[in-house]
Ligand binder design. Sequence first.
Ligand code: APR
Length: 317
Amino acid sequence: MARNKIALIGAGNIGGTLAHLIGLKELGDVVLFDVFGGVAAGKALDIAQSSPVDGFDAALSGGSDYAAIAGADVIIVTAGFPRMPGMSRDDLLTKNAGVMATVAEGIKTYAPNAFVICITNPLDVMVWALQQKSGLPPHMVVGMAGVLDSARFRLFLAEEFKVSVEDVTAFVLGGHGDTMVPLTRYSTVAGIPVPDLIKMGWTTQEKIDAIVHRTANGGGEIVKLLERGSAFYAPAASAVAMAESYLKDKKRVLPCAVMLNGEYGMKDFYVGVPVVIGAGGVEKIVEVEFLPEEKAAFAKSCDAVKKLVEDFKALGV
Ligand code: APR
């Protein structure tokens, strides 16, 4: 059987890390695309030269010709500009809107049957734009944010409880921004919900509140440290988990930005909710019951996303 083909649009920090991880995991052959074709080709060649050392078989190539993505099974989009210190994700809207329009055109022309994962920020509006402009079915176009946000939440919880990250699950909903909604009662250590762990005296509400705050600002914390760009290792790992679930039909339940069509009482825009990802793309949207304060927080997050969608439309790109 021929190997899967994975196209990466954007060969910057996240794009390069994606290519390396995909090679190491032998998920398929990789085509890197970037407006700077030399960077894409150089990273592809460099990673390919690591394959004999690490013992993986994958063909890697790079360039600036969209024709090379033809027939891709999965496309991961990171094209655009990252945040600099002092910027919010939303500040990237104008810069990245035009980029999405050209990327959507390339995908529509050369790989309309692909499963598309968008990472470019501001995430929820960029993935919406990519779907609208490419015309691909909504269940085949998703945004990566929730896997990353919940990974950050899991790490901070594991550090607090001094347990393995493997035994911590976390649940984060809403837009990828300061309004994201980490749901502590659905977050667990070995199946024990966080509120029960507080009752057991293993931690305190104050410590959990601080962790929730740190999670919501997790990207900004890294931007401040890096000074010249934004996080790339964890975002790449998160998108690879989503791609793997699709390619291997694992049917993992992952928080992703998806187009809502009445679920959670919302419609016609993308926001983060738990979904099942398998060979059919987004196979199911999981709807959980909200407590009143959770419902209010989710609605606030949705309002922030809807406002950005309106701002995008006003740009007339
Ligand atoms: N088509 C293809 N590639 C493009 C385009 C375009 N129209 N415009 C820019 N690029 C490329 C840049 O040349 C660069 O190589 O996108 C790449 C982006 O890489 P980085 O600047 O290193 O940014 P990265 O850290 O990878 O983040 C990319 O993901 O998490 C988000 O906020 C982040 O929006 C940013 C995106």
